[in-house]
Design a protein. Structure first.
Length: 336
Protein backbone atom coordinates (compact mmCIF):
# COMPACT_ATOMS: atom_id res chain seq x y z
CA UNK A 1 0.00 0.00 0.00
CA UNK A 2 1.47 3.35 -0.95
CA UNK A 3 2.24 5.56 1.98
CA UNK A 4 0.77 3.53 4.84
CA UNK A 5 0.23 5.25 8.18
CA UNK A 6 3.10 3.26 9.64
CA UNK A 7 5.54 3.80 6.74
CA UNK A 8 4.81 7.52 6.68
CA UNK A 9 5.45 7.74 10.42
CA UNK A 10 1.90 8.92 11.08
CA UNK A 11 0.98 6.35 13.66
CA UNK A 12 2.48 8.29 16.56
CA UNK A 13 0.74 11.51 15.47
CA UNK A 14 -2.57 9.73 15.18
CA UNK A 15 -2.24 8.11 18.62
CA UNK A 16 -1.27 11.47 20.15
CA UNK A 17 -4.36 13.05 18.59
CA UNK A 18 -6.55 10.21 19.89
CA UNK A 19 -5.24 10.59 23.44
CA UNK A 20 -6.30 14.22 23.34
CA UNK A 21 -9.58 13.92 21.44
CA UNK A 22 -11.00 10.39 21.76
CA UNK A 23 -14.44 10.14 23.31
CA UNK A 24 -14.94 8.51 26.68
CA UNK A 25 -17.27 5.68 25.59
CA UNK A 26 -18.39 3.19 28.26
CA UNK A 27 -16.91 0.16 26.50
CA UNK A 28 -13.56 1.92 26.09
CA UNK A 29 -13.26 1.95 29.88
CA UNK A 30 -13.44 -1.84 29.82
CA UNK A 31 -11.11 -4.29 28.23
CA UNK A 32 -12.84 -7.50 29.23
CA UNK A 33 -13.50 -9.46 26.08
CA UNK A 34 -17.17 -10.07 26.87
CA UNK A 35 -17.88 -6.32 27.15
CA UNK A 36 -16.03 -5.73 23.89
CA UNK A 37 -18.02 -8.51 22.22
CA UNK A 38 -21.32 -7.01 23.43
CA UNK A 39 -20.42 -3.48 22.32
CA UNK A 40 -19.35 -4.70 18.87
CA UNK A 41 -22.56 -6.63 18.32
CA UNK A 42 -24.58 -3.59 19.41
CA UNK A 43 -22.65 -1.05 17.33
CA UNK A 44 -23.26 -2.91 14.05
CA UNK A 45 -25.54 -0.67 11.95
CA UNK A 46 -26.37 1.46 15.00
CA UNK A 47 -25.01 4.79 16.21
CA UNK A 48 -22.81 5.02 19.29
CA UNK A 49 -25.26 7.45 20.94
CA UNK A 50 -28.13 4.94 20.55
CA UNK A 51 -26.02 2.06 21.85
CA UNK A 52 -24.72 3.61 25.10
CA UNK A 53 -27.88 3.19 27.26
CA UNK A 54 -28.50 -0.31 25.86
CA UNK A 55 -24.92 -1.33 26.59
CA UNK A 56 -25.16 -0.14 30.19
CA UNK A 57 -28.52 -1.85 30.80
CA UNK A 58 -27.25 -5.02 29.17
CA UNK A 59 -24.07 -5.20 31.23
CA UNK A 60 -26.10 -4.63 34.41
CA UNK A 61 -28.53 -7.44 33.52
CA UNK A 62 -25.95 -9.87 32.06
CA UNK A 63 -22.61 -8.90 33.63
CA UNK A 64 -20.78 -12.05 32.48
CA UNK A 65 -20.80 -14.33 29.50
CA UNK A 66 -22.22 -17.07 31.73
CA UNK A 67 -25.09 -14.84 32.87
CA UNK A 68 -26.00 -14.23 29.24
CA UNK A 69 -25.63 -17.89 28.31
CA UNK A 70 -28.03 -18.86 31.11
CA UNK A 71 -30.64 -16.20 30.26
CA UNK A 72 -33.83 -17.12 28.42
CA UNK A 73 -34.37 -15.78 24.93
CA UNK A 74 -37.35 -13.66 25.92
CA UNK A 75 -35.36 -11.59 28.42
CA UNK A 76 -32.49 -11.25 25.91
CA UNK A 77 -34.82 -9.96 23.21
CA UNK A 78 -36.62 -7.78 25.75
CA UNK A 79 -33.40 -5.94 26.63
CA UNK A 80 -32.55 -5.55 22.95
CA UNK A 81 -35.90 -4.16 21.91
CA UNK A 82 -35.62 -0.81 20.19
CA UNK A 83 -32.11 -1.51 18.84
CA UNK A 84 -33.47 -3.39 15.81
CA UNK A 85 -31.78 -6.13 13.76
CA UNK A 86 -32.75 -8.71 16.36
CA UNK A 87 -30.69 -11.45 14.74
CA UNK A 88 -27.73 -9.73 16.45
CA UNK A 89 -29.28 -10.34 19.88
CA UNK A 90 -30.02 -13.97 19.07
CA UNK A 91 -26.50 -14.49 17.70
CA UNK A 92 -24.91 -12.82 20.72
CA UNK A 93 -26.95 -15.12 22.96
CA UNK A 94 -25.85 -18.16 20.93
CA UNK A 95 -22.24 -16.92 20.94
CA UNK A 96 -22.31 -16.67 24.75
CA UNK A 97 -23.58 -20.25 24.97
CA UNK A 98 -20.85 -21.39 22.55
CA UNK A 99 -18.20 -19.60 24.65
CA UNK A 100 -19.39 -21.50 27.73
CA UNK A 101 -19.60 -24.85 25.91
CA UNK A 102 -16.39 -24.61 23.86
CA UNK A 103 -14.16 -22.33 25.91
CA UNK A 104 -15.21 -22.82 29.53
CA UNK A 105 -16.81 -19.38 29.72
CA UNK A 106 -13.69 -17.44 28.63
CA UNK A 107 -14.02 -15.44 25.40
CA UNK A 108 -11.15 -16.77 23.26
CA UNK A 109 -8.24 -14.51 22.25
CA UNK A 110 -7.72 -16.34 18.98
CA UNK A 111 -9.11 -14.86 15.74
CA UNK A 112 -10.15 -18.25 14.26
CA UNK A 113 -11.88 -19.38 17.46
CA UNK A 114 -13.74 -16.06 17.63
CA UNK A 115 -14.69 -16.25 13.96
CA UNK A 116 -16.24 -19.68 14.61
CA UNK A 117 -18.73 -18.18 17.11
CA UNK A 118 -22.29 -17.49 15.89
CA UNK A 119 -22.67 -14.02 14.38
CA UNK A 120 -18.96 -13.17 14.66
CA UNK A 121 -17.60 -11.97 11.32
CA UNK A 122 -14.12 -10.79 10.38
CA UNK A 123 -14.74 -7.34 11.77
CA UNK A 124 -15.99 -8.46 15.20
CA UNK A 125 -13.26 -11.10 15.56
CA UNK A 126 -10.62 -8.45 14.78
CA UNK A 127 -12.22 -5.96 17.17
CA UNK A 128 -12.13 -8.43 20.09
CA UNK A 129 -8.50 -9.40 19.39
CA UNK A 130 -7.42 -5.76 19.16
CA UNK A 131 -9.62 -4.02 21.74
CA UNK A 132 -9.79 -6.75 24.40
CA UNK A 133 -6.39 -8.41 24.02
CA UNK A 134 -4.42 -5.51 22.52
CA UNK A 135 -3.01 -7.75 19.82
CA UNK A 136 -2.58 -6.84 16.13
CA UNK A 137 -5.67 -7.47 14.01
CA UNK A 138 -7.15 -5.51 11.10
CA UNK A 139 -10.40 -3.87 12.23
CA UNK A 140 -12.32 -2.33 9.32
CA UNK A 141 -15.69 -0.80 10.12
CA UNK A 142 -17.36 1.96 8.06
CA UNK A 143 -15.35 4.73 9.77
CA UNK A 144 -12.04 2.96 9.23
CA UNK A 145 -12.93 2.11 5.61
CA UNK A 146 -13.64 5.78 4.92
CA UNK A 147 -10.39 7.01 6.47
CA UNK A 148 -8.24 4.41 4.74
CA UNK A 149 -9.97 4.78 1.35
CA UNK A 150 -9.36 8.52 1.46
CA UNK A 151 -5.85 8.18 2.80
CA UNK A 152 -4.98 5.87 -0.13
CA UNK A 153 -7.27 7.64 -2.62
CA UNK A 154 -8.79 4.21 -3.23
CA UNK A 155 -11.02 4.26 -6.32
CA UNK A 156 -12.20 0.63 -6.04
CA UNK A 157 -15.63 0.28 -4.41
CA UNK A 158 -15.01 -0.49 -0.73
CA UNK A 159 -17.76 -3.13 -0.81
CA UNK A 160 -16.15 -5.00 -3.77
CA UNK A 161 -13.74 -7.90 -3.27
CA UNK A 162 -10.77 -5.84 -4.52
CA UNK A 163 -11.77 -2.92 -2.29
CA UNK A 164 -12.12 -5.14 0.78
CA UNK A 165 -8.72 -6.73 0.15
CA UNK A 166 -7.08 -3.30 -0.23
CA UNK A 167 -8.66 -2.06 3.01
CA UNK A 168 -7.73 -5.17 4.94
CA UNK A 169 -4.12 -4.87 3.76
CA UNK A 170 -4.04 -1.19 4.69
CA UNK A 171 -5.50 -1.97 8.12
CA UNK A 172 -2.97 -4.75 8.57
CA UNK A 173 -0.10 -2.39 7.71
CA UNK A 174 -1.39 -0.05 10.39
CA UNK A 175 -0.90 -2.59 13.19
CA UNK A 176 2.05 -2.16 15.53
CA UNK A 177 4.34 -5.03 16.38
CA UNK A 178 3.30 -6.39 19.77
CA UNK A 179 1.08 -4.25 22.00
CA UNK A 180 -0.70 -1.05 20.94
CA UNK A 181 -3.35 -2.43 18.58
CA UNK A 182 -6.13 -1.29 20.91
CA UNK A 183 -5.08 2.31 20.71
CA UNK A 184 -4.20 2.57 17.02
CA UNK A 185 -7.40 0.87 15.86
CA UNK A 186 -9.48 3.03 18.20
CA UNK A 187 -7.66 6.10 16.90
CA UNK A 188 -8.46 5.43 13.22
CA UNK A 189 -12.06 4.64 14.10
CA UNK A 190 -12.35 7.85 16.09
CA UNK A 191 -10.70 9.87 13.32
CA UNK A 192 -13.43 8.63 10.98
CA UNK A 193 -16.18 9.49 13.47
CA UNK A 194 -14.94 12.95 14.47
CA UNK A 195 -12.73 14.33 11.67
CA UNK A 196 -12.82 12.31 8.47
CA UNK A 197 -16.63 12.51 8.40
CA UNK A 198 -18.73 11.23 5.51
CA UNK A 199 -19.66 14.78 4.48
CA UNK A 200 -17.44 17.81 4.98
CA UNK A 201 -14.34 16.10 6.44
CA UNK A 202 -12.33 18.44 8.67
CA UNK A 203 -9.09 18.03 6.76
CA UNK A 204 -7.48 21.14 8.22
CA UNK A 205 -7.82 19.64 11.70
CA UNK A 206 -6.67 16.17 10.62
CA UNK A 207 -3.54 14.83 12.34
CA UNK A 208 -2.58 12.73 9.28
CA UNK A 209 -3.35 15.22 6.52
CA UNK A 210 0.34 15.40 5.59
CA UNK A 211 0.25 11.91 4.09
CA UNK A 212 -3.32 11.83 2.81
CA UNK A 213 -3.68 11.33 -0.95
CA UNK A 214 -7.35 12.26 -1.30
CA UNK A 215 -7.88 15.23 -3.59
CA UNK A 216 -11.67 15.10 -3.39
CA UNK A 217 -12.32 13.29 -0.10
CA UNK A 218 -16.08 13.85 -0.18
CA UNK A 219 -16.30 11.62 -3.26
CA UNK A 220 -14.74 8.73 -1.32
CA UNK A 221 -15.27 6.00 -0.43
CA UNK A 222 -16.73 4.69 -3.68
CA UNK A 223 -19.49 2.12 -3.18
CA UNK A 224 -21.26 -0.24 -5.56
CA UNK A 225 -24.70 0.96 -6.73
CA UNK A 226 -27.43 0.06 -4.26
CA UNK A 227 -30.26 -2.32 -5.09
CA UNK A 228 -33.51 -0.46 -5.77
CA UNK A 229 -35.88 -0.14 -2.80
CA UNK A 230 -39.07 -2.18 -3.20
CA UNK A 231 -42.33 -1.04 -1.63
CA UNK A 232 -44.39 -3.78 0.04
CA UNK A 233 -47.67 -3.69 1.95
CA UNK A 234 -48.60 -6.01 4.81
CA UNK A 235 -51.79 -6.08 6.84
CA UNK A 236 -51.84 -6.86 10.54
CA UNK A 237 -54.52 -7.25 13.17
CA UNK A 238 -54.89 -5.29 16.40
CA UNK A 239 -56.75 -7.73 18.62
CA UNK A 240 -57.95 -6.38 21.96
CA UNK A 241 -60.55 -7.34 24.54
CA UNK A 242 -60.94 -7.12 28.30
CA UNK A 243 -58.07 -9.63 28.76
CA UNK A 244 -55.71 -7.15 27.07
CA UNK A 245 -53.73 -7.25 23.85
CA UNK A 246 -53.57 -10.49 21.87
CA UNK A 247 -50.23 -11.09 20.12
CA UNK A 248 -48.58 -13.81 18.06
CA UNK A 249 -45.18 -15.28 18.82
CA UNK A 250 -43.15 -14.72 15.66
CA UNK A 251 -41.43 -17.67 14.02
CA UNK A 252 -40.14 -15.56 11.12
CA UNK A 253 -38.16 -12.34 10.84
CA UNK A 254 -38.72 -11.48 14.50
CA UNK A 255 -38.46 -15.01 15.83
CA UNK A 256 -39.12 -15.19 19.56
CA UNK A 257 -40.75 -11.74 19.74
CA UNK A 258 -44.43 -10.88 20.08
CA UNK A 259 -46.05 -9.28 17.03
CA UNK A 260 -49.37 -8.16 15.61
CA UNK A 261 -50.54 -11.17 13.57
CA UNK A 262 -50.72 -10.93 9.77
CA UNK A 263 -54.26 -10.96 8.42
CA UNK A 264 -56.02 -11.04 5.06
CA UNK A 265 -59.09 -9.31 6.52
CA UNK A 266 -60.49 -6.23 4.84
CA UNK A 267 -62.14 -3.45 6.78
CA UNK A 268 -61.18 -0.01 7.88
CA UNK A 269 -57.48 0.69 8.35
CA UNK A 270 -57.01 1.92 11.91
CA UNK A 271 -53.33 2.83 11.59
CA UNK A 272 -50.51 2.82 9.04
CA UNK A 273 -46.91 2.31 10.14
CA UNK A 274 -43.99 2.56 7.70
CA UNK A 275 -40.57 1.04 8.26
CA UNK A 276 -37.53 -0.02 6.22
CA UNK A 277 -36.07 -3.49 6.32
CA UNK A 278 -33.08 -4.48 4.15
CA UNK A 279 -34.02 -3.26 0.64
CA UNK A 280 -37.76 -3.07 1.36
CA UNK A 281 -39.90 -0.22 2.51
CA UNK A 282 -42.89 -1.71 4.29
CA UNK A 283 -46.31 -0.11 4.63
CA UNK A 284 -47.93 -1.90 7.55
CA UNK A 285 -51.70 -1.45 7.60
CA UNK A 286 -53.36 -2.33 10.91
CA UNK A 287 -57.04 -3.30 11.20
CA UNK A 288 -58.99 -4.03 14.35
CA UNK A 289 -60.20 -7.60 14.81
CA UNK A 290 -61.98 -9.57 17.51
CA UNK A 291 -60.24 -12.40 19.42
CA UNK A 292 -63.11 -14.63 18.24
CA UNK A 293 -61.61 -14.47 14.75
CA UNK A 294 -58.27 -15.83 15.97
CA UNK A 295 -56.62 -18.83 17.56
CA UNK A 296 -52.99 -19.26 18.56
CA UNK A 297 -52.61 -15.78 20.04
CA UNK A 298 -51.66 -15.00 23.62
CA UNK A 299 -53.31 -12.25 25.64
CA UNK A 300 -51.11 -9.85 27.58
CA UNK A 301 -52.42 -7.48 30.23
CA UNK A 302 -51.62 -3.84 29.45
CA UNK A 303 -49.23 -3.72 32.40
CA UNK A 304 -47.22 -6.59 30.84
CA UNK A 305 -46.94 -5.04 27.36
CA UNK A 306 -44.06 -2.62 28.13
CA UNK A 307 -41.74 -5.43 29.24
CA UNK A 308 -42.32 -8.07 26.59
CA UNK A 309 -40.15 -8.13 23.44
CA UNK A 310 -42.08 -6.47 20.62
CA UNK A 311 -40.31 -5.23 17.46
CA UNK A 312 -40.24 -1.45 17.17
CA UNK A 313 -42.65 -1.00 14.19
CA UNK A 314 -45.25 -3.15 15.97
CA UNK A 315 -44.74 -1.36 19.27
CA UNK A 316 -45.13 2.03 17.58
CA UNK A 317 -48.38 0.86 15.94
CA UNK A 318 -49.69 -0.44 19.27
CA UNK A 319 -48.84 2.79 21.06
CA UNK A 320 -50.46 4.88 18.30
CA UNK A 321 -53.65 2.82 18.47
CA UNK A 322 -53.77 2.98 22.26
CA UNK A 323 -53.30 6.77 22.08
CA UNK A 324 -56.08 7.05 19.49
CA UNK A 325 -58.31 4.89 21.69
CA UNK A 326 -57.69 7.15 24.66
CA UNK A 327 -58.53 10.23 22.59
CA UNK A 328 -61.78 8.64 21.37
CA UNK A 329 -62.63 7.61 24.92
CA UNK A 330 -62.14 11.15 26.19
CA UNK A 331 -64.64 12.31 23.56
CA UNK A 332 -67.20 9.90 25.02
CA UNK A 333 -66.94 7.02 22.57
CA UNK A 334 -65.78 3.44 22.91
CA UNK A 335 -62.35 2.64 24.28
CA UNK A 336 -59.85 0.62 22.16
S1 LIG B 1 -6.84 14.71 5.42
FE1 LIG B 1 -9.06 14.77 5.21
S2 LIG B 1 -9.58 13.08 3.86
FE2 LIG B 1 -7.50 12.74 4.52
S3 LIG B 1 -7.70 11.39 6.30
FE3 LIG B 1 -7.65 13.48 7.09
S4 LIG B 1 -9.81 14.12 7.23
FE4 LIG B 1 -9.71 12.30 5.93
Amino acid sequence: MPGSFAAAGRRAELVAWYRGHGRDLPWRRRTDAYAVLVSEFMCQQTTVAAVIPYFERWMAAFPTVRALAEADEESVLGLWQGLGYYSRARNLHRAARAVVERHGGEVPDDWDALRALPGVGEYTAGAVVAFAFDRPAPVVDANVARVLARWMDLREPVDSTAGRVALREAARALQPEGAGAREINSAVMELGALVCKPRAPLCLACPVRGGCRATEPELLPVKRPRAAVTEVTERRAFVVDTAGLHLLRSTGRWRGMWILPETAAGGEIAHVERYPITRYRVRMEVVRQSPAEWSGLRAFGWDEVPSIPIPSPHRRAIEALVAKGRAVHREGHDEV
